[in-house]
Design a protein. Structure first.
Length: 255
């Protein structure tokens, strides 16, 4: 009788031990990256969710504003032919300065973020309105697939301890080359083939930025930089969309 009781106690302890082991394994799999403490991990996950919540709101607002421009020919014509067009293009660049300065000052940070997103959305709406709808839809689907895949990979890579911080200078150099190439094409058009090549290079560069900036979001941003983190990822996604759109448009013009 005593032996049976001891065997029952040992079996219960073993089952309890197994449960703890499973719980520990589940806990390890939820860590953002190796070496982070449990408390820091919870705070970091909260920060990541906040950034992606703001980013989703930006993308939804962009979709709504761009769709309004696309389905309003009068508004599209006004934005395209009005002298205010240059202002609409330059305003997001101007707004980035106060947005960066006041990113930690509530509610100014959200006011500037809203204005920045609206004016970026108007520019995107004009681009989409003057592009074949089928091409826009294809670019949107491809961008969604690429962004989802790269974001998932970035979180997996961070959990495995991979580090891509070294790629920052390389991506910046590639971005500078892309900007110079775009300026050259403004004054000396190089043809649809070169446009497709530069679009492919741009897509690779901004794909790299998505991985790099997602890793920065996971590991390096401070908790009060949620506005700027969302702006950086937002610009990465929009630029990737524009580069894919450029490739598809050049392919269509060749055909």
């Amino acid at each position: 009788m005593y032996g049976q009781e001891m065997m029952g106690i040992r079996r219960a302890e073993k089952e309890k031990s197994d449960d703890v082991e499973v719980d520990l394994e589940a806990g390890e799999s939820s860590l953002l990256y190796p070496g982070i403490s449990r408390g820091e991990n919870e705070l970091r996950w909260g920060f990541v969710r906040k950034v992606y919540g703001i980013l989703c709101a930006q993308l939804l607002l962009t979709t709504a504003v761009a769709a309004t421009v696309v389905f309003s020919p009068g508004l599209n014509s006004f934005l395209l032919n009005s002298p205010a067009t240059l202002g609409i293009i330059l305003l997001p660049l101007i707004l980035m300065c106060p947005l960066y300065i006041y990113q930690q000052r509530h509610p100014l940070n959200f006011v500037f973020l809203g204005l920045f997103t609206v004016f970026m959305s108007l520019s995107m709406g004009v681009v989409c309105a003057n592009t074949d709808g089928k091409i826009v839809l294809e670019a949107l689907v491809l961008t969604s697939v690429v962004v989802s895949s790269l974001t998932g990979y970035s979180f997996w890579a961070a959990r495995k301890g991979k580090d891509y911080s070294y790629s920052g200078p390389v991506l910046l150099a590639g971005l500078n080359v892309l900007l110079v190439t775009s300026l050259i094409q403004l004054f000396f058009p190089l043809g649809s083939t070169m446009v497709a090549i530069s679009g492919a290079a741009g897509a690779v560069i901004f794909s790299g930025f998505i991985v790099y900036d997602t890793e920065t979001l996971i590991k390096r941003y401070s908790y009060d930089e949620y506005i700027w983190a969302s702006v950086v990822l937002y610009l990465d996604i929009l630029n990737l969309f524009l580069e894919i759109l450029k490739i598809l448009r050049s392919v269509q013009s060749d055909n």
